[in-house]
Write a protein that binds this ligand. Structure first.
Ligand code: SF4
Ligand code: SF4
Length: 310
């Protein structure tokens, strides 16, 4: 969605030299827009498909230029988030005139060709390290035709492709337009109970689980490397009940490899920058890292069912 066409995504960022988003050295392309709305989202600026203005109070030198220049009177120190997003028309004047870079626009239009041009300079690193390009978000499959065009261009350059997905996509379109051009899929299975999934992620999970099972069944034909991942979120996903249900779901399909993602409490600050109230502000557990011994018990649930999570 570029603000006009819902089939064209905005790109949040392209991060080079990543060692955490798949094998080898990778460039990660972040799409903006997601069909889920997980309360703990680590990239909250990726949830909405349209452009947003971001305010980093740690960069602001309080010069007052933006307040004076805003034609909509949308900026006010008495507002907890500084910007009144109902009034703001995203004209960009304040961003252009801010001397410190405290204000920025989140999301920009890029064509598949421009994205390939941005990542191709790192191709020698991809090849030497067994790396490639990771498509993340947000949810790239929201933009199936754009994603397909980008993947085809990457594959024609001989670049390894990895998709990070929440799994909430339309199967027929995915199978035809995306699957043929993907080498690896990191597939998030966050919560197994549909009602709990709806409560914390904003939608039921039936289609997510169905799509995963379909993908897994097709593996012998596609050769795609499929890895199920579960983020460990205190008292939400990281409960014995939920992790046992997920481990059972995977082991019933004969799956022997999955990944548990460590909790990172730093997402709270990102919410503030885009003016989203933090409903977990006073929840102590959501501001702490999970203790190592506790994490070990979570891994043991999967090991007990013959699933490695290293
Ligand atoms: S983008 Fe324009 S309308 Fe929005 S706060 Fe800045 S100057 Fe005001
Ligand atoms: S122009 Fe930038 S530095 Fe000055 S008050 Fe506004 S956000 Fe802060």
């Amino acid at each position: 969605m570029n603000g006009k066409n819902p089939k064209i995504p905005l790109i949040l960022d392209i991060k080079g030299n990543s060692l955490d988003d798949g094998p080898g050295i990778r460039s990660v392309v972040f799409f903006k827009g997601c069909p889920l709305s997980c309360v703990w989202c680590h990239n909250p600026e990726s949830k909405k498909p349209g452009p947003e203005i971001s305010f980093d109070k740690t960069e602001c030198v309080d010069c007052g230029t933006c307040v004076e220049i805003c034609p909509e009177n949308a900026l006010d120190r008495s507002n907890a988030f500084f910007i009144d997003r109902e009034k703001c028309t995203l004209c960009g004047l304040c961003i252009e005139n801010c001397p410190s870079g405290a204000l920025s626009m989140v999301g920009r239009v890029m064509s598949p060709e421009e994205i390939v041009r941005a990542v191709i300079k790192d191709k020698p690193f991809f090849i030497n390290s067994g790396g490639g390009v990771t498509l993340s978000g947000g949810e790239p499959t929201l933009y199936m035709d754009f994603l397909s065009a980008l993947l085809q261009k990457l594959k024609s350059e001989g670049i390894h492709t990895l998709l990070e997905t929440c799994g909430l996509f339309e199967w027929a379109s995915f199978e035809k337009k995306v699957l043929p051009y993907i080498d690896t899929i990191y597939y998030d299975i966050k919560i197994l109970d549909p009602d709990t999934h709806q409560k914390f992620c904003g939608a039921k999970n039936h289609r997510i689980l169905e799509n995963f099972t379909r993908l897994h069944r097709l593996l012998p034909d596609t050769g795609v490397d499929l890895l199920a991942r579960t983020p460990l979120i205190p008292d939400i996903t990281a409960t014995e009940k939920n992790l046992t249900a997920i481990a059972d779901f995977l082991s019933n399909q004969g799956i022997t490899r999955a990944r548990l993602l460590a909790y990172n409490p730093l997402w709270h600050e990102k919410n503030e920058k885009i003016g989203t109230p933090d409903t977990f502000k006073n929840n102590k557990k959501m501001h702490e890292w999970i203790a190592g011994e506790k994490i070990e018990t979570f891994h043991a649930i999967f090991r007990k069912r013959g699933i490695t999570t290293g």
